[in-house]
Design a protein around this ligand. Sequence first.
Ligand SMILES: [Fe+2]
Length: 289
Amino acid sequence: MQINPINDAIGARVDGIDLAAGFDDAAFAAMHRAWLDHCVLLFRGQTLTPKQLTAFAARFGPLEPPPASEKDLRDDAGSDDAKDMWIISNVIENGKAIGALGDGEAEWHSDMTYLDIPPTASVLYGHEVPPHGANTWFANMYQACEKMPADLRGAIGDRRALHNSSYTSAGELRKGMDAVMDVREAPGAVHPMVIQHPENGRDALFLGRRTNAYVKEMEVADSETLLDRLWDYCVGSDFTYAHEWQRGDVLIWDNRATLHRRDAFDPSHRRILWRCQISGTALPSAHAD
Ligand SMILES: [Fe+2]
């Protein structure tokens, strides 16, 4: 097994391993260390069944099954092999979508930070990918902290922010949710804006997503100004990687230390990604200097 950085910013590519065949504890330890150091791991040319994908993902921690609302979309929802697997897809079969998130652009976000305990990691497997488009972008939130101008870091201090749960990353209002009229009252979870990573102690900027975010105990206008500055800084940064999908790619990312987004793609092309999600732990606050 060889592990090499993808670029200076984020990600490492792991070669010489067949995830379907499994691997020993020493290989996993090296992989896990690289995942913590580089935030994103890429394995290419894999051929996996749902059972093999979930077995790989479960090495990183307990899996969170998809919500019932998502399983309802799927014909294989009763299958034991696929019970912990989520489907991300634009494909319509027999008049119904077989997966979530469609074909549009998805805004920068970390997964499900509107929960008190957001997931530790997400895994994606390219089961069917379009010939172009739908790149998945990643941004390194350790580097966001390290390179941040001092005045911006000072403006965050040890503040906490509200992460709203009303909309998906594709901008759709979730079933049963009301549109947000006042960000201070929006449903969701509150997290430190800079967390101390629970496994390696490094400081990471933890933004969740821009839509309806609110910096607690600030006037709304001041919160908007600070959030706009932070997002402009991150989105215009050089600590990113744009992944161009090939069939058989497996990506695993550290949801606590990265943001990701997706480019839109041609809706006439099929895209089916299988996803697993690893349960989280509490996110402590970093110590403001
Ligand atoms: Fe996501």
